[in-house]
Design a protein around this ligand. Structure first.
Ligand code: NCD
Ligand code: ZN
Length: 346
């Protein structure tokens, strides 16, 4: 008898769906296993106003395969000039679930991001008042800070002061990649949670750089050393309610990844649940997978967990996933952890 595990249908609390042909090509990969996802607003141009978010949500619904059971949870891209009343109205109407803070220039398509947190304090104060969560890309952009230290320095320079100034603001530190991030979340009493990606649970910076550079492992925040990966696995599998899944699945077509100046982003939508089952099983914590992928996220966001379930099955032979998803924009390489995977979903 194959080993099986049935869990509440999971959600993805950090996802890039892009637009147009790319959206149509990759959306089925997420909608297959996931019921909901927090949709990142870093399009070109970004999703800044409620009107933008409404139009983008319509494009996502139109791109869904027939019969798919998937709800996009929309976000707004915070800029220096975001209007607090537009944000409040978008929240009141049920259109948006969170607002996203990108420090200007931190990552892919973040040029319109926030240049100084002081400029967005009126919006953040409003969000704290109405209970609207803030998703944070937690890296400084100061060119004098080493890329491997940008998360730790962000905590010290931006996140800790922000938590102190606005303790009522519900914050999600996204794609935590360091033990510093894990520790900061554990030490902060209220209104701070962290998402962890699939790939950061599986690869460290050696995977990216040893034996030749691997562009498909390049993402931001960049993968850190092995001790940090172990801290992430420990947190994700611990049952601590403040940690949950945000895949940060971020497709780029191969020519833009396999390039002299390659784009940041790993595409994990296709095999995330198989990867996670592998990680949790290896840690002896398969019983905590449902917490991480299906229960802690909705609880933090104040939503009900999904009522449907998915079943994971462990096979004796490796499960085959496509190497690439061929979209109308071009091929997107599926994350390859570098070893066989044995779990499938249905
Ligand atoms: C993301 C993208 O491609 O949009 N890239 C990434 O490496 N994670 C942006 C982001 O979330 O940082
Ligand atoms: Zn992202």
């Amino acid at each position: 008898m194959p080993k099986t595990l049935t869990i509440t249908r999971p959600d993805d609390w950090h996802l890039h769906l892009r637009d147009g042909d790319m959206l149509r090509g990759i959306l089925p990969e997420t909608a297959r296993d996931f019921a909901r996802a927090i949709i990142m607003p870093n399009l070109i141009p970004p999703v800044i106003t409620a009107t933008d978010a409404m139009a983008y949500r319509d494009r996502i619904f139109n791109a869904l395969p027939k019969g798919a059971d998937f709800t996009p949870l929309m976000t707004l891209y915070l800029t220096d000039t975001t209007d607090p009343s537009d944000v409040a109205a978008a929240h009141a109407s049920g259109l948006i679930t969170a607002v996203k803070l990108y420090p200007a220039g931190a990552t892919t398509n973040s040029d319109s991001g926030v240049t100084d947190i002081a400029k967005v304090m009126p919006v953040l104060e409003k969000m704290a008042q109405i209970g609207l969560p803030l998703c944070v890309h937690g890296e400084v952009t100061d060119p004098s800070v080493d890329i491997f230290d940008r998360e730790a320095v962000f905590i010290e320079r931006v996140l800790a002061p922000l938590k102190a100034a606005l303790p009522d603001l519900k914050v999600i530190m996204e794609h935590v990649t360091t033990s510093d991030g894990i520790d900061f979340i554990k030490e902060t009493a209220h209104n701070l949670a962290g998402t962890i990606t699939t790939h950061h649970l599986m690869i460290n910076r050696n995977a990216l750089l040893v034996g030749g550079i691997k562009p498909h492992y390049y993402c931001l925040p960049i993968a850190k050393r092995e001790t940090h990966r172990q801290a992430l696995v420990q947190a994700a599998t611990s049952g601590d309610k403040r940690f949950f899944l945000g895949t940060d699945s971020a497709p780029h077509i191969d020519p833009l990844k396999e390039n002299g100046c390659g784009c940041a982003g790993c595409f994990t939508a296709t095999n995330t649940m198989s990867c996670l089952a592998h990680v949790f099983e290896n840690a002896g914590k398969l019983d905590k997978l449902e917490d991480f992928a299906s229960l802690h996220g909705p609880a933090y966001y104040g939503l009900e967990p999904n009522t449907a379930t998915i079943t994971l099955t462990k096979h004796n032979t490796a499960v085959e996933f496509p190497d690439k998803i061929n979209t109308g924009d071009g091929p997107v390489t599926v994350f390859d952890p570098g070893f066989p995977l044995y779990w499938s979903t249905s």
